[in-house]
Design a binder for this molecule. Structure first.
Ligand SMILES: Nc1ncnc2c1ncn2[C@@H]1O[C@H](COP(=O)(O)OP(=O)(O)OP(=O)(O)O)[C@@H](O)[C@H]1O
Length: 620
């Protein structure tokens, strides 16, 4: 190990030791807090714990998965109401006993909300979550026989001696719940489930195309995010000794929880907890010393503006960034991917392009897709022979990427059939098509930018099983394959780099390695040679040829004609959403329809059924 590497390992160990030490001291302070004996501070601590549990749970859906929800306060209230309602009919049983029921009810309702919001994102998703909060409040107000309406429900008084135990039982149960919530959050981040959630946050469409079944992941994330806050709701209601619709379903509770996540750092393990421990005391201060009421709203509004301007990433990510800057000051980043690639010999160029077989791995028939009045794909029909490197070429705007989107499932065709290896797939979701053996790259690379290169390459899933969700993020056969394919494309040295920090060409190589992990039957590359330097273009061609020699079938869209003509056979030519010519590179180069589509004013295409068809025949 070099001196620099040894120092870096030592630095890493030291900072881990300091971090764990600080965490242990803080945990001890939190656990022993009631010893200070100040009732007001104790109350603030209990509220901080409740909101920290809410924020830590919400972090799973908002921080990891990227869905900003304002309904977390509703699940706190639901937890309190479940215990209050059950406690009313069974007053001899301690309300603490109802915690698991409250947690599960909140989780199930959260999953229901997840189902309803299945197709919404961004602003519409946020609005639905606010509507959900108001709906639950409405039900609590109107369902009088069960909830006692606006009069609310009183909890039984604690059975323990207040003089001896005070609020210790509330405090300790909440500390336990917070510890559990953090533990689950930590576990999620380390599993394939967590990697899937982050992939969804980064790019949901892309996540689907690499086999991640987003609806199931999101549903589970919704459930998990509400589980502990539902339990904390029971403690909250019991602690207040009373629940009513106004107090329990106040939108301010949800706002504080969301603010805690933003302040501490979205998607970090401890950021949301830290945020809650800062915000709740600020709220208490505004309430006690600034007059409460609307002043609190002013304080939170002002805080939100300050946060967005000064700390957009939140406290923990900002501190991490500063430490990282200090650690890497004066050092240079990794370079030399081209050198690493050049170390691998190119496969010998072929004498002639591979002959085309008769068996079609992919057959597209009569595909149509319109965007408003524009018919982007108009009765497109072509096949991709098994074992071939087939090119789909055509002028800008001729519909190539749309055809790719239709085949890979990112768009739904208006009409037409897509058959892969004998199976109709046009009705399948993108992950279903990835599981059937379609792997695709994108014209503008779409890696999960915040993940490392290795995490990116390990993320694809060839099938879906519940048990695989709990496996380590970088484990199993995918991890081995990922290392192997990174080596294959020459990007092994970058395995721990953040994908967003790579150059465009490097990202293209990583995206190729990423889809290879799917072990696809059909590899679809959208402009593999676009925007990269000549050396890399040559390497990319070499890699494709090598994979093709191993039996992989390719369909590629490309504008670089020498690249296409030297690599692909057959070639399909698209113009105005239709295949206007097909054949070997030699045939295509002589086809007047093709020449016209690229160079002319399309007059032959207009007259295709008449002179145009004749012209096509003559050109061969
Ligand atoms: N999501 C969309 N909404 C509206 N119009 C779209 C959409 N996607 C594509 N189009 C339109 O459909 C037509 C075909 O676009 P497409 O991107 O498929 O062409 P292309 O052949 O891949 O072009 P290029 O070679 O420039 O990438 C274009 O006119 C484009 O503007």
């Amino acid at each position: 190990m070099s001196d620099a590497a040894a120092k870096s390992v030592q630095d890493e160990r030291r900072s881990r030791l300091i971090r764990n030490g600080v965490l242990a001291v803080l945990a001890l302070i939190v656990v022993l807090f009631p010893l200070i004996g100040d009732a007001s501070m104790e109350n603030t601590m209990i509220l901080a714990l409740i909101f920290a549990i809410g924020a830590s749970g919400l972090n799973i859906i908002t921080g990891y998965t990227g869905y900003l929800s304002l309904s977390q306060g509703a699940f706190l209230g639901i937890g309190a109401y479940v215990a209050a309602i059950l406690g009313r009919s069974m007053p001899d049983i301690s309300p603490f006993v109802w915690m698991p029921v409250a947690g599960l009810t909140a989780a199930l309702l959260a999953m229901l909300l997840g189902l309803v919001t299945y197709r919404s994102r961004g602003a519409s998703f946020v609005i639905i979550t606010i509507a959900f909060l108001f709906l639950v409040q409405f039900v609590a107000t109107q369902w009088v026989p069960v909830t006692n309406g606006t009069a609310g429900i009183t909890f039984p008084l604690p059975t323990w001696s207040n003089a001896v135990w005070g609020n210790w039982p509330f405090h300790l149960v909440l500390v336990g719940l917070l510890a559990l919530s953090i533990l689950v959050s930590w576990w999620v981040r380390r599993t394939k489930f967590g990697t899937g959630l982050i992939a969804i946050r980064e790019d949901e469409g892309k996540a689907g195309s690499v086999g991640i079944n987003a609806p199931i992941y999101k549903l589970l994330a919704f459930g998990l995010s509400a589980l502990f806050v539902g339990m904390a709701g029971t403690v909250y209601g019991y602690y207040l000794s009373f629940v009513d619709p106004i107090g329990m379903f106040s939108i301010l509770n949800s706002v504080v929880i969301v603010l805690a996540i933003i302040l501490g750092g979205r998607g970090t393990l401890l950021g949301p907890v830290l945020g809650a421990f800062i915000l709740v005391p600020v709220d208490a201060f505004a309430n006690n010393y600034l007059g409460g009421g609307n002043i609190r709203l002013l304080v939170f509004g002002g805080l939100l503006v300050l946060l967005v301007v000064l700390l957009p990433k939140g406290i923990i990510p900002t501190v991490q960034l500063l430490l990282e800057k200090r650690r890497t000051k004066g050092t240079v980043g990794l370079t030399g991917s081209i050198t690493a690639l050049a170390d691998r010999p190119l496969p010998p160029p072929r004498e002639k392009l591979a002959p085309v077989g008769d068996t079609m791995l992919l057959q597209v028939t009569g595909l149509e897709k319109s965007f408003g009045a524009l018919k982007a794909v108009d009765g497109c029909t072509f096949g991709v022979p098994e074992g071939s490197i087939t090119a789909l070429i055509g002028p800008n705007g001729s519909g190539k990427t749309t055809v790719f989107n239709l085949i890979s499932g990112l768009m739904t065709p208006d009409a037409g059939e897509i058959v892969l290896d004998g199976e109709r797939i046009e009705g399948l979701a993108p992950w279903g098509r990835a599981h059937r053996g379609i792997g695709r790259t994108f014209q503008m690379t779409r890696l999960f930018r915040e993940m490392t290169v290795l995490e990116n390459v390990v993320a694809p899933l060839r099938d879906f099983q519940f048990r695989q969700l709990g496996l380590g993020a970088v484990s199993g056969s995918e991890a081995e394959k990922a290392e192997e394919f990174l080596e294959f494309v020459g990007m092994q040295a970058y395995r721990d780099a953040r994908a967003g920090s790579l150059s465009y060409g490097q990202q293209k190589l990583v995206e190729l390695a990423q889809i290879l992990v799917l072990d696809p039957k059909l590899i679809m590359l959208d402009e593999p040679a676009g925007g990269i330097n000549p050396t890399l273009i040559e390497r990319m061609g070499g890699l494709i040829r090598e994979l093709n020699d191993q039996g992989k079938t390719f369909l590629l869209v490309e504008h670089n004609m020498p690249f296409v003509l030297g690599l692909c056979n057959p070639v399909r030519v698209l113009a105005r959403g239709q295949v206007i010519a097909e054949g070997s590179p030699a045939e295509i180069q002589k086809d007047p329809l093709v020449l016209d589509a690229y160079l002319g004013d399309d007059y032959m295409l207009e007259n295709r059924s008449g002179d145009g068809a004749a012209a096509k025949g003559e050109g061969r």
